[in-house]
Design a protein around this ligand. Sequence first.
Ligand SMILES: C[S@@+](CC[C@H](N)C(=O)[O-])C[C@H]1O[C@@H](n2cnc3c(N)ncnc32)[C@H](O)[C@@H]1O
Length: 159
Amino acid sequence: MRLLDIQPAERVLELGCGPGVAVAALADRAALVVGVDHSEVVIRQARHRNRSAIRAGRVRLVCASVENLSLSDGPFDAALAVNTLGMWPDPVARLRELARLLRPGGRVALVSQPRMPGVVSASVVEELTGVLSEAGFTQLRTEILDLEPPAVCVLGLTA
Ligand SMILES: C[S@@+](CC[C@H](N)C(=O)[O-])C[C@H]1O[C@@H](n2cnc3c(N)ncnc32)[C@H](O)[C@@H]1O
């Protein structure tokens, strides 16, 4: 979230938002946060966690698959996907659809913190930069957060 540098007037989309922890933090910085996840269970948890921001109209949570996105709140200024891309069917196609939901110059951050033994950051960087560039994102930048295990963040811009 720090790397996305969200500004107060911005609209942010989080894909695979899980129980809405990042949504809550983003809602403190943005004008609107839309969180999407295909699990009804986690969307219920996310709605509970973000109930006052939902009431205030600053958060909207949508139970949907990333392969069936139909959102009316865009265009978004920034998008975030944490530890979820590896579960999506055809991630490059999903990222191309995401690019259409972002404004020109919109930012995306893909984050992966693999916990399987033997998965090294370099291969994760290669995977995330590969799918982002294939989907047409430009000016890719990688940051590795010094967590245990390390979290790989790759940022890019829409054309
Ligand atoms: C490991 S969790 C990460 C949740 C959250 N981003 C976080 O970091 O706490 C992965 C999330 O992606 C969601 N997910 C996986 N595939 C999805 C898909 N095709 N469409 C929407 N959500 C999906 C799962 O339901 C789950 O909540």
